[in-house]
Design a protein around this ligand. Structure first.
Ligand code: ATP
Ligand code: MG
Length: 258
């Protein structure tokens, strides 16, 4: 069994506070992932930008493209901070005995017109075959027509889940799942099962998000479900249950019937 985990920036950073890494949440993630691996599964991790990537990308408006000197500085600075967050996450995984290896996304991806043009999966497959746990991340990547673009971790996760025929794709988020209304709003409840035809009131992300927040994530989730993966969105503490399809308080994504 292959699991693809999108470790949301909202799960391991405080998106409203630049460069704040939630070490304890990352450790909980590592413990849960270790349990999944012990059960005989292989796993690929893709993490998001959180408060390391989004504020820098937003400052230089990299999501709008461009190729000026300023944009190139923004590209380099965003890459630097994504690498920093990646190191923190990989370091926690290593401390928990997980053979995690960083895979720099912008070195294996190209975009065109804001869409993913290619993402080499062969190196990732080989690392998996060797028994390693590749750790990719949402990143700035070259865009053949726009100059630069942001490739979200959510998009990478779906691409990998479909290309590698993963049995499960789990999105970990700080809110612990999808709520009927933005978390914290009176009357908001955790939606336990969500189909494409169901309506939820999606609010703003906490802090900055240059890749479309929860709305984009849901589109990615439905796409992966159509590829045949079991898809769930929930909190770090329920990773094991989500990976194995065991019931717990998280949001299960229902594949459309077509
Ligand atoms: N109805 C809703 N249910 C759940 N979360 C919601 C809802 N409306 C808004 N949100 C916000 O969406 C966030 C998840 O999307 P967001 O893109 O901010 O996080 P992420 O993808 O984990 O981060 P990153 O993009 O850095 O990886 C939640 O943590 C919450 O703040
Ligand atoms: Mg996001």
């Amino acid at each position: 069994m292959l699991l693809v985990v999108k470790l949301g920036g909202s799960a391991v950073t405080d998106k409203a506070r630049p460069f704040l890494f939630k070490e304890q949440r990352a450790e909980l993630f590592a413990r849960e992932l270790a349990r999944v691996l012990e059960a005989g599964s292989k796993a690929v991790v893709v993490h998001g930008g959180g408060s390391f990537g989004h504020p820098v990308a937003s400052k230089y408006r990299l999501h709008e493209g461009g190729l000026t000197r300023e944009k190139l500085l923004g590209f380099a600075e965003t890459r630097y901070w994504m690498n920093e967050l990646n190191q923190r996450i990989v370091s926690v995984l290593l401390r928990h005995g997980i053979p995690a290896v960083a895979v720099q996304t912008s070195a294996i991806a190209l975009m065109e017109g804001g869409s993913l043009r290619e993402l080499s999966t062969a190196p990732v497959e080989r690392l998996l075959g060797m028994g390693l746990v590749p750790v990719l991340y949402g990143d700035v990547v070259p865009d053949l027509s726009r100059g630069v673009a942001i490739l979200s971790g959510d998009m990478i996760a779906v691409h990998l889940a479909c290309a590698l025929r993963a049995s499960a794709l789990v999105f970990l988020v700080g809110s612990g799942g999808v709520y009927s209304k933005p978390p914290g709003t009176p009357g908001a409840y955790l939606v336990r099962e969500l189909g494409e035809e169901d309506m939820v009131d999606v609010g703003e992300s906490r802090g900055v998000d240059v890749t479309g927040g929860l709305r984009q994530k849901l589109e990615c989730a439905f796409k992966a479900a159509r590829c045949g993966a079991r898809v769930a969105i929930g909190g770090v503490e329920h990773l094991w249950e989500m990976a194995l399809g065991v019931d717990a308080p998280y949001t299960r994504i229902r594949a459309s019937r077509e």
